[in-house]
Design a protein. Sequence first.
Lengths: 263, 75
Amino acid sequence: MNKTEFTEGRHPVDTLLHTDSIPSEWCSGCGIGMVVNTFVQAVKKMDIDAENIHLVSSGISCTGKVDQYLNLKSHKLTNNNAIAYAADLAAKNPDIKVVLFLNDTDFIASNIDDFITAGKKRARIVVIYINNYIYRIFMEYKSLSQTPFLKSPSKDKIVSPFNIPHLAKSSGADYVARWTQLHIRRLMFSIEDALSTEGFSVIEVVAPCLMYYMNTENAGETIDRLGNYKETSIIKHREPTENLDLRNQREIIVGRFVWRDAD
Amino acid sequence: MSVEIHIINERCKGCKICVEVCQADVLDIDEKPNTSGYNPPCVKTLEDCTICGLCEMLCPDFAIRVSCIEGENKQ
């Protein structure tokens, strides 16, 4: 093993990070940090040229801050344009990999038409969708993929969360997977598969917002959540995507649902 | 084969994920806080480490790493 890896105060993946900005602004124990760590580990493990990975993010929401911490080429856009821009970028540059970290605010609510179009065109982008059940940072705005974790059934009109894997599959995605914060190593393999897939890849990561779901029954703090996921999540590869709704008091089905390269 | 667990105290935000996920109970909370006021983890029983690498992968702030040197013996 390389001697330089043991320098005190350094991490092996520091070359891919803006080390001045770390620790990050996210809450202590936030799932976004875990997903970013997993992504970086996957990139390091795959041994692909980091110059060829482009991050596209929109200016709002917590996931929009990912490019502040990663030493990769990044494109920061206004709210509604992330997926459309990424699809064009990937179409014009066949050598690069385009990765998007998105959540409700900049994906489901405002970008869904671009998402479907990108799926139809088989744009070569990787969408890592961190599902934190939060729309526009405030609970008052009800999200389309609203929480299954609330104690009492919501009295609002929108009650069932949006089924992202089903939408992705029906849009024509080449790779669809869903994991939680706990399945971090499987998520890493998924990111590797998605990066090596020539096509539209969507990975959903269930990581409820710490700030708003800390006091709910099934969520709690990160540590309790990781324990809960062991009991509530069930791995079913190739499950038909219409069964994948996230509902309260029901298990979270995780796994790899679509992979056209392997089928 | 020897194991080394390096903790970068200044990056820690005190979420205690690494301590909780460790199945071998290697890590513990350090009593001495870092400059941000969080209590970082510390290594309690290094010889129990199974090198599963979960603490390294789950850390949101890249503050812990596990290195394994093969072919070398520390003694």
